[in-house]
Design a protein. Structure first.
Length: 243
């Protein structure tokens, strides 16, 4: 009887305790990521004169083809970082840049179409970190798993604000051998898109965050792509309009 009571308490407290533990781990990781982000920007500025000198040398050598190639590669590197962090606060920019590089390293094509800054999501910064980290990490790992099976994968993130509603969409390559898992993907911390060795706590946390901020979460799986669409009211009083 006593053991059953203790087990019941443990089950009820587990989501909250797991969330608190997850917060601590994520904030420690985000501090490291933000330091890496600013280091990358500082490195760009530090190396700027070196690049200018290299281009100047190639011009003196009348190496026009080499100049164009060098400049194109240099511009691409700058644009990758600048487009990712444009308009974003440091805590979100660090996550977006890190996960983009991680996904691309594994062969996943990544496209960010951020018409509204991700850091404008109507949540406090603590919840923003949890929300973005769990969504993007899940998508990156789901795409990676798909890539290992089919040697191709993609990840798309789109944001916009429309009619007082913040809209966040994330779509990634995904493989579900058991389609029945999709029915309760965001309803239980026992369901995961990453395989048998993962508990699926991330999707549970996402669902609870959306619910606590009066939002609406929907998802669709079609042609080996999982599309998650989240609507959050910019003003809490407008939560009905998110539906």
């Amino acid at each position: 009887m006593w053991n059953s009571f203790c087990e019941l308490i443990r089950i009820k407290l587990y989501p909250r305790l797991a969330k608190e533990k997850e917060q601590i781990v994520q904030f420690e990781a985000k501090i490291t990521e933000m330091n890496e982000q600013f280091l990358a920007i500082r490195s760009q500025r530090h190396d700027f004169l070196k690049h200018v000198n290299a281009i100047d040398y190639l011009i003196d050598q009348d190496a026009s083809v080499e100049v164009k190639q060098y400049f194109r590669e240099l511009l691409g590197e700058y644009q990758e970082i600048n487009q990712t962090i444009k308009g974003e606060e440091a805590h979100i920019a660090a996550i977006l840049l890190k996960e983009k590089k991680r996904a691309e390293k594994n062969g996943t094509k990544v496209v960010y179409k951020l018409d509204a800054p991700v850091s404008a999501i109507p949540m406090n910064k603590i919840d923003q970190v949890q929300f973005v980290t769990n969504l993007v990490e899940n998508a990156v790992e789901g795409a990676q798993s798909y890539h290992m099976r089919f040697n191709r994968s993609s990840l798309h993130i789109r944001t916009e604000i429309h009619g007082g509603i913040y809209i966040f969409e994330i779509k990634n390559s995904a493989y579900f051998p058991d389609k029945h898992l999709l029915d309760k993907l965001f309803d239980s911390f026992e369901i995961s898109t990453k395989g048998e060795n993962h508990q699926g706590l991330g999707t549970f946390i996402i669902s609870k965050l959306v619910e606590s901020h009066h939002g609406r979460l929907s998802y669709n799986y079609f042609h080996d792509e999982l599309l998650i669409k989240i609507k959050l009211p910019l003003i809490v009083g407008n939560e009905k309009s998110a539906k």
